[in-house]
Structures are given as C-alpha cells and as structure tokens.
Design a binder for this molecule. Structure first.
Ligand code: PHE
Length: 344
C-alpha cells in the first residue's frame, strides 16, 4: 500500500510536467493515461490487492488521481485548440520583438527621374523607352548627323565590338527617332534613360549618365510652347522663385537651338563655385525639331512642327540635393544612399 501510494505520487509529478505541443502529443497523453489500456485502468486494477479495511481510503485516493489526470488532459487539449485558432506555432512567443530587416532607400537619381516624369505627365506627356544598344541610324543618322558630321565628335561614342554600325546610345534622342518611326503626330512623349559616353571618370564626368528627353510634334507647335513648357517644369521642380534664361546654341537635330539656364539655387544668383560665379547654371538643351529630322520619318515639316529637349538627371539631382561628385551615384556607398530616406 505504501509503495502504491509512492508510485501514484511519482505518476502525478510526471503528468504535471508533461508538455504536449501538438494535437498528436495530446492524443498520446490521453492514450497513455486515460485509454482503455492506460495507466489509470491499471492502477484501478491494483484495488484487488488492497486489504478490505483500506479499500475505502484507497478508493478516494484513486478518485482524486483520476480527476487530476482528467484535469491535466483538458488543460493540454484547451491549450492546443487556442494555439491553432490563433495560427500560432506552439512554443513560440509572439510578443518577442522581430529581427529587424534593413529597409532600402530609393536611389537619388530614381527619385529625381520620377519627379521629372511626374511633372511632364501632368502636362500630358506619355513615357517612352528605347534600347541602350543602338544602331548608328537611330543615334546619329536620323538625328541629322551624317557619317562625317563634325558634331559626332561632341559625343565620344562606345562602339560594340569596334563595329561602327552598333553603339551604346550617346543620348536619349535615339528614342525620339524610334517614336517618330512608329507614331504619327500628334506626338507628346518624354524618354527617360541611361546614356553612355567614352569619358574619363572624374567628379564632373562619367562614362554613363541619365537623361530625360522630351518631344512634342503637332500642328502649330512654336518656340513659345517650348519656353512655356520648360518654364513650368522649372517652377515645379525648383520652386516658383527660380528664374530661367535661354541662350542660343547648336544641335544638329534642332533649329533654332537653345540651352536653358536656371538661376543658381545654391547662391540664389549671387555667384558661387557651382555657377562659376555667374549666378546661372545650365540644365538642358532644347530647340525646334529640325525639318530634316521630321522628313527622315515621313512627317511633313510644312504641316507639322515640334520641339525637343534633353536634360541630365545627374545635373538636376546635383542642384536639388547638392551632390558635388558624380562618382557618388554609382559607388553604392550606403552612407550616401541612406541620406535619401523618406523621399519617393
Ligand atoms: N541630345 C542632346 C544631348 O545629349 C540634348 C538635346 C535633346 C538637345 C533634344 C536638344 C534637343 O546633349
């Protein structure tokens, strides 16, 4: 009898310490202790050996034991049901803080490009893209730069496998060519993209950079439209107080051509290093689409006119965020890139 009581105590401890993390484990508990061949049944069987005068006392103890096992079983079952209802894995503490995941930031050039694109979209411009590996015709020929045109020297070109017929586009004007080839006026697109030039890498020059090209061809498009469009862009991009000025320039694919300057954002026009003490910084090239370019695509220059412009994204970004070294954009230094958090 003493021995039996001691054994019951041991079982009680074992049962109290049971962990049942899965429905299978709860079921195994039931079979082990409460099943037809389970422990409870076999302890009940011990009753036979208990002398008659102790039977009553032992019966009460056994009953207590039974209630205890059933209680533990109900508790384990309820725990399992609760965990599966919340989708929690058993044994996991969901209130623990998670492992932080480093959130990336958008590249400053993407931020500025997106902003440029969204301003022109508001004016009704569609967005177009073209290939970075181009043929000579779309990059040069169609844009009124025949083979021995001296202006080809303005843009040091990377050729593919030294084949003069294939190159990395030197400007996004090649996308203009592809658009006019496919589409008839009215055309109103902007073409953001990467361009390549064979230049020695320094703070002020790189072998690749980004441009946004604009093209508007329709009846009665005038130089006044060009000026007003670009003026709107500058005000949206840099603020209402920014002044613009146009200087006559030369591009083979536009006539007349003009470069556009804005009043220096760094010194407010008083003169500083960025504007080389002139108070003005150049941000883009533009002009009225050359009649020859329109003719190259079967567009009648007597009926249609157009304007085009091209700007460097790095330049705009330099002015907006005061980045003074072009190399920073492609070095992937997180200390630089992390500064642009919060911007879209
Ligand atoms: N394609 C010129 C450049 O890369 C920019 C430009 C585009 C000028 C369209 C006029 C019109 O410098």
């Amino acid at each position: 009898m003493e021995q039996l009581l001691q054994q019951l105590e041991n079982y009680k401890q074992e049962i109290a310490e049971t962990i049942a993390n899965t429905p299978e484990a709860v079921e195994a508990f039931r079979i082990k202790y409460l099943g037809t061949k389970g422990l409870l049944k076999s302890v009940m069987g011990e009753m036979k050996q208990v002398p008659n005068e102790k039977k009553k006392e032992f019966g009460l103890i056994l009953n207590d034991f039974k209630l205890f096992v059933e209680e533990v079983y109900e508790k384990l079952k309820a725990q399992g049901e609760q965990e599966s209802a919340t989708g929690n894995e058993p044994g996991l503490d969901w209130s623990l803080p998670g492992t932080p995941i480093a959130v990336g930031t958008r590249h400053p050039l993407s931020i500025v490009r997106n902003e440029i694109v969204s301003i022109f979209k508001r004016l009704g411009f569609a967005v177009a893209e073209g290939p970075e590996i181009e043929d000579d015709w779309h990059n040069f020929g169609a844009m009124n730069l025949p083979e021995d045109h001296p202006a080809r020297d303005m843009q040091d070109t990377f050729y593919i496998n030294q084949d003069p017929a294939w190159l990395l586009r030197t400007h996004t004007s090649s996308v203009q060519a592809r658009i006019m080839e496919k589409q008839k006026p009215p055309i109103r697109v902007i073409c953001p993209g990467r361009v390549y030039r064979n230049e020695t890498i320094s703070a002020r020059a790189h072998c690749f950079f980004h441009q946004v090209e604009g093209l508007y061809v329709d009846e009665n498009v005038s130089f006044a439209d060009l000026k007003q469009t670009l003026y709107f862009f500058v005000q949206e991009m840099f603020g209402k107080d920014t002044k613009v000025r146009f200087r006559p320039s030369y591009f083979p694919f536009t006539e007349p051509s003009a470069e556009m300057d804005i009043s220096c954002l760094i010194c407010g026009g008083d003169g500083c290093n960025v504007c080389k003490h002139t108070g003005w910084v150049e941000i883009l090239g533009s002009g009225m689409v050359h009649p020859k370019v329109l003719e190259n695509f079967g567009i009648d220059p007597n009926k249609y006119t157009g304007f085009a412009f091209g700007m460097g994204v790095e330049r705009i970004c330099q002015l907006k965020y005061r980045v003074n070294d072009l190399r920073l954009y492609s070095q992937n230094d997180v200390r630089f890139l992390q500064q642009f958090t919060g911007a879209l």
